[in-house]
Design a binder for this molecule. Structure first.
Ligand SMILES: [Zn+2]
Length: 141
């Protein structure tokens, strides 16, 4: 058990370092890929959410009106359950914008699935602020 704990600590340390490398300011446009979304979802889940999050039920890369990303809750009357769709833009100003957006939507997923919260920009949402800051990520509205 102890060995696993140490291993997990090592992995978390390595992932944090990786994210810190990715969150340096850059002018380079970022093109969204499903592969990156899945990869960074895994990283953020580990270092921000203790691996508690279940993946989004679906991921869409599309044009979104007036937002840089969305966590959309759909209710299936047939199954009586909710499912969550992540919507991301096809491109971002730079990679940090992409990472900020993905991690932001993951907090909404966490609120709604783990905390059974309404998923608004409330106190629970902003409780992640300092954790984000340590990774050079910005948590905003
Ligand atoms: Zn939001």
């Amino acid at each position: 058990m102890n060995k696993n704990k140490n291993l997990n600590k090592k992995i978390i340390f390595r992932v944090k370092k990786k994210i810190l490398k990715e969150t340096v300011i850059s002018d380079k446009k970022y093109i969204t890929t499903y592969r990156d979304i899945k990869r960074y979802f895994k990283y953020f889940n580990k270092i921000l959410f203790k691996d508690e999050l279940n993946s989004f039920n679906d991921i869409k890369i599309k044009k979104i009106f007036k937002a840089s990303g969305q966590c959309v809750e759909n209710f299936s009357y047939y199954k009586g359950t909710s499912f969550f769709v992540l919507e991301m833009l096809p491109k971002y100003k730079n990679k940090i914008e992409f990472l900020n957006t993905l991690s932001h939507e993951m907090v909404h997923l966490w609120q709604q699935t783990i905390k059974k919260d309404n998923g608004s920009h409330n106190k629970l949402f902003f409780s992640f602020k300092s954790k984000f800051k340590k990774l050079n990520l910005t948590l905003s509205y």
